[in-house]
Design a protein around this ligand. Structure first.
Ligand code: NAD
Ligand code: IPM
Ligand code: MN
Length: 354
């Protein structure tokens, strides 16, 4: 029986994971998924209550799960975000989840804030997830004085770069995507940029049928707004991938819609919406649950249930087509109402097809 750990976390993470859980429970019953869902109490509340973010034993235990679904971590009462760093970045690093796959799909042209967007838009980001500017290497000296020095190293290893670039090309190759774009800042960062460009060319040479190009990150975020249709699969370092994925999410309808998978292929998988805990709307029941629901669809795909994942995606698309959305998309439904509509749609599709 596959075991799934659910970590709602903070803010709207709790609200959207509730909907994802209800969907998993429903599919468990109707599709005999045979998943065991186990709730985990990790987040700001626990940190403030016990002074503990996550223990080594908990990491070891999470490593044994077949999948983890996380809502979001971030709470104004923890301004340094220590718990998010320990839990979220901790899982990415300790479980070596080197692929951060972030598909941003435009389901309907009117969802995009851009004018003149027509036709399908599918931006799939492969973000390096275990090194770059996120390792915490560096330090600060004379902290808090006018002589302060703060160094945040940008760590790029051949192994780390090669495996994410390979994952992006493999994906494009097996899923029929015709273009892979590297995002870097090679004009300013000669060492890191040089490594990424060499590895990209070397790995790319094994995929002659796939178009390949490289963009500087500043030009890339501009071009994602000017002509996003030009791009398909995008591969980037940890920090650039983080930034590019928020822009890609926004041009395809907003942060509330985007899911992500953090994966070490063949080993561990952690699914989380791209958005954060949104303290500005938390507690109102208006958060868009679609990013989290699409995490369920990525999880189903990961478990080899691609046809079921496609049904979840179709139900999400239908909810948008029928205007059954939360306020961020111009609708009037609550988080729970959107979740329920999508669930009923999936159940209805099933009844219609059987
Ligand atoms: P955010 O993604 O939480 O919110 C950005 C904006 O988008 C806000 O206006 C918010 O209301 C809106 N938004 C986000 N998700 C939405 C949804 N599902 N439905 C409707 N509107 C939505 O980013 P932020 O405000 O920069 O960060 C808030 C906290 O979350 C911070 O502590 C940050 O570190 C953390 N964070 C956590 C994760 C994660 O756990 N994966 C990701 C990003 C940010
Ligand atoms: C994300 C978030 C995290 C990141 C933060 C909360 C550390 O923005 O998952 O995109 O930068 O990776
Ligand atoms: Mn981010």
């Amino acid at each position: 029986m596959p075991r799934v750990a659910l970590i709602p976390g903070d803010g709207i993470g709790v609200e959207v994971v509730r909907e994802a859980r209800l969907l998993l429970e429903a599919l468990n019953a109707s599709e005999r998924l045979d998943l065991e869902l186990i709730d985990w109490d990790l987040g700001a509340e626990r940190y403030l209550r016990e002074g503990v973010t996550i223990t080594d034993e908990e990491f070891a235990s999470l490593a044994e799960y077949d999948a983890v679904l996380l809502g979001a971590l971030g709470d104004p009462r923890v301004p340094g975000n220590e718990h998010a760093k320990d839990i979220l970045l901790g899982m990415r690093f300790k479980l070596d989840l080197y692929v951060n796959y972030r598909p941003c799909v435009l389901l309907s042209p009117e969802l995009s804030p851009l004018k003149d967007v027509d036709g399908p838009l599918r931006l799939e980001i492969f973000r390096e997830n275990t090194e770059g500017a996120y390792t915490g290497m560096g330090g600060s000296f004379k902290t808090g004085t006018r002589d302060e020095i703060a160094i945040e190293e940008d760590v790029n290893t051949w192994k780390g770069v090669e495996r994410i670039v390979r994952a992006a090309f493999d994906f494009a190759d097996t899923r029929g995507r015709s273009r892979v774009t590297l995002v870097d800042k090679a004009n300013a960062q000669r060492h890191a940029g040089g490594l990424w460009r060499r590895v990209f060319a070397e790995v790319g040479a094994r995929y002659p049928a796939i178009e390949q190009d490289a963009m500087y990150v500043d030009a890339m975020v501009m071009d994602l707004i000017r002509q996003p249709q030009r791009y398909q699969v995008i591969v980037a370092s940890n920090l650039f991938g983080d930034i590019v994925s928020d822009v890609a999410a926004e041009v395809t309808g907003g942060l509330g819609l985007a899911p992500s998978a953090n994966i070490h292929p063949g080993r561990n998988a952690l699914f989380e919406p791209v958005h954060g805990s949104a303290p500005d709307i938390a507690g109102r029941g208006t958060a868009n649950p679609v990013g989290a629901i699409r995490c369920v669809s990525l999880m189903l795909d990961h478990f080899g249930r691609g046809e079921l994942a496609a049904r979840v995606e179709a139900a999400v698309a239908a909810s948008i087509e029928h205007g059954r959305t939360t306020p961020d998309l111009g609708g009037q439904l609550s988080t729970a109402e959107v979740g329920k509509w999508i669930m009923e749609r999936i159940a209805g599709d099933r009844a219609a097809s059987t």
